[in-house]
Design a protein. Sequence first.
Length: 120
Amino acid sequence: MVYNTFPWPSCSSCTASGTDAPADKTRQAIETATQAVLDARAQFPGASLADLYDPLTMPPVLLKAHQKLDAAVDKAYGKTGFKSDAERVAFLFQRYQALTSLLPTEKPAKRRGKSTKATV
């Protein structure tokens, strides 16, 4: 995941004094976890990103660093217990779409009344 491309979450439990910015503690936890991912990558200077992120050969230290980063970001968004990375990605994209879309995110109400189909 690339969390830095998503808007910061806004929730009363994780924001600083009514702003949309995450509280210092939340932001610091994410920054620390992000640095741990970068540090883990640095332990393998000859490896490409494809090598590092191969699901069959990913270094355990990098996997653990990403798991901690995921947990910190999940906590910031107030959502935990994702069953898979795909579920986490879907949640983040829904949030992103809701914050950036010019279209309403609510489903339109069902119409009542007669059908407007023409009969022949």
